[in-house]
Design a protein around this ligand. Structure first.
Ligand code: HEC
Ligand code: HEC
Ligand code: HEC
Length: 129
């Protein structure tokens, strides 16, 4: 029947739309841009995929043991402390994860991005932790 076909089409549209929205939120959610010094010193901004890390490690690994404060831009991360094994360098040392020689894997942001969160709580809603 015609009406049934229309209904089926509408339901399909809804499914496609909502999965599209969910996909977008995941791709964007809580990527942290770090660009306090990078561009000033001639490299591209850093993209820290927070979500990628959060599903692999407990919060306290970074926010207690490694001393990352839970506020974007509040940690004084530099290449000096990374190569000394602090912050990102606690893992990106060629042992837990690829090493700090892989500049482009971290300095992958588009020029001009400011320090802050892309995506964020408003796209994903509360309770995701
Ligand atoms: C691999 C390390 C790592 C893990 C694991 C991690 N975080 Fe983070 N988190 C960071 C870094 C780095 C920042 C950005 C800090 C900066 O800009 O100086 C951050 C920022 C934040 C912020 C401030 C930005 C925001 O989104 O509002 C919150 C809140 C936060 N983390 C919560 C969590 C929670 C909750 C977990 C566990 C589910 C977690 N983090 C796991 C490294 C981590
Ligand atoms: C594991 C991630 C990571 C890798 C790999 C990495 N960096 Fe960085 N780098 C950062 C972070 C985080 C900052 C601080 C970002 C900001 O706020 O500008 C930074 C900052 C910098 C700065 C600004 C000055 C300073 O020392 O803080 C320069 C220049 C830089 N990186 C160059 C490099 C070069 C060259 C390489 C490769 C040999 C490299 N980075 C590899 C994460 C990384
Ligand atoms: C607690 C350990 C830990 C810390 C701290 C950490 N990382 Fe990672 N990171 C990992 C691991 C493990 C991977 C996955 C490595 C692999 O796939 O071989 C990873 C992967 C990544 C990736 C690639 C993500 C992808 O999509 O493949 C980026 C970019 C990255 N880290 C940046 C950073 C930056 C920038 C910091 C500091 C702000 C940081 N990481 C701190 C453990 C860590």
């Amino acid at each position: 029947m015609r009406l049934q076909r229309v209904a089926r089409f509408l339901i399909l549209c809804l499914i496609v739309m909502s999965s599209g929205i969910a996909w977008q939120a995941n791709a964007e959610y809580a990527d942290v841009v770090l660009n306090q010094k990078s561009e000033k010193e001639g490299v591209r901004p850093v993209i820290f995929p927070h979500w990628f890390h959060r599903i692999r490690f407990k919060c306290k690994v970074c926010h207690a043991e490694l001393g990352f404060k839970m506020r974007v831009g509040s940690n004084h991360i530099s290449m000096e402390n990374i190569t000394a094994g602090e912050f990102c360098g606690a893992c990106h040392n060629g042992d837990v994860a690829w090493s700090a020689d892989e500049c482009d894997l971290c300095h992958s942001g588009k020029p001009g991005l400011k320090t802050g969160i892309r995506g964020g709580h408003e796209t994903m809603g509360p309770g995701i932790w």
